[in-house]
Design a protein around this ligand. Structure first.
Ligand SMILES: [Zn+2]
Length: 101
């Protein structure tokens, strides 16, 4: 898994694209346009939340968790995925990697 900052464009105030998950990589891209606007003390929390959200999509992609059919409910589930689970998910990903290699 790679984490990158990149300019994901300006989608307007209401639908600002915060981050995206690309299974080809896999890579999580965090919108630098959004991150750069934040004061440094808020940036770490923002990045953590964005990574947790996209990790949820990564786990969907891997089949670790079921994909919720309703898009709104699915995004809500991704957004409420606790950022404390980031380290757990990373360990799970490493375990999987070890099993493959
Ligand atoms: Zn999402």
């Amino acid at each position: 898994m790679k984490i990158e900052f990149s300019d994901l464009g300006d989608w307007g105030q209401e639908t600002e694209l915060v981050s995206e998950y690309d299974p080809n990589g896999p890579v999580i891209r965090i919108n630098s346009r959004v991150a750069d606007k934040l004061p440094p003390e808020e940036r770490a929390a923002f990045v953590k939340r964005a990574i947790a959200h996209e990790l949820y999509h990564h786990m969907e992609h891997c089949g670790d968790i079921p994909i919720i059919a309703d898009r709104g409910a699915r995004e809500e589930a991704a957004s409420s995925f606790p950022s404390t689970s980031v380290s757990h998910a990373r360990n799970a990903a490493q375990d999987r990697l070890h099993r493959i290699t």
